[in-house]
Write a protein that binds this ligand. Sequence first.
Ligand SMILES: N[C@@H](CCC(=O)N[C@@H](CS)C(=O)NCC(=O)O)C(=O)O
Length: 230
Amino acid sequence: MAKRSDEEEVKVLGFWVSPFVLRVQWALKLKGVDYDYVEEDIWGGKSALLLNSNPVYKKVPVLVHNGKPVVESLLILEYIDETWTHPGHRDSILPTDPYERAMVRFWAKFAEEKVLYGGYRAMCLSGEEQLNAANSVAESLEFLEGAVRGKKFFGGENIGYLDIALGWLAYMLEVWEEVGSMKIMNANKFPCLATWMKSFVNHPFIKDSLPPRDKMVHYFEERRKVLASK
Ligand SMILES: N[C@@H](CCC(=O)N[C@@H](CS)C(=O)NCC(=O)O)C(=O)O
């Protein structure tokens, strides 16, 4: 991995299972940027560094670059892409064409709202409410199926911004399905998405970075109980 210059500080404040944190780590790894990782206890006690770095939301991830905090994972991806552009770092993870850039940003935002938050909500619900929520996520997957059709990755031959933004879907949705006793993904209905999921989790940059499945199941079971009790 590329070394930072001695004066350069790159720090990620994270939490092991956060899909938002992992996408930042993937982007740094793909761009060949070396960084220090600081695990935060987000439900127990957040560090002063986190509270001071993200006073508005108090959430991870935070990227601290030479003392300057950058927050919101999708914006951090853009910051990473624009900051480490010199030789030795991978080309842009965002497409160069402005129209393509606009499109990947559109899909990333769409997937965040409809699939990530929709899927998480469905996991926490039950009965008819859950069924409706799960169906609505499945309808959204249909659009993502169209966006990846005919390509290995959303980014084409290589993993790009949208793959990184959607990467959580490839390994976490099925954990949420198990925890919520529901079914959203259907490989027969979404064959291109199913193939993408396999290619993504088996990519050399990704496969060793995923949180242990059992630990994730346990964590989300606990979160579901906490959220159901509220
Ligand atoms: N939109 C934010 C979401 C970040 C987020 O929700 N982080 C969670 C961990 S998965 C967090 O820090 N939660 C702590 C809290 O809600 O207090 C991003 O993309 O960075």
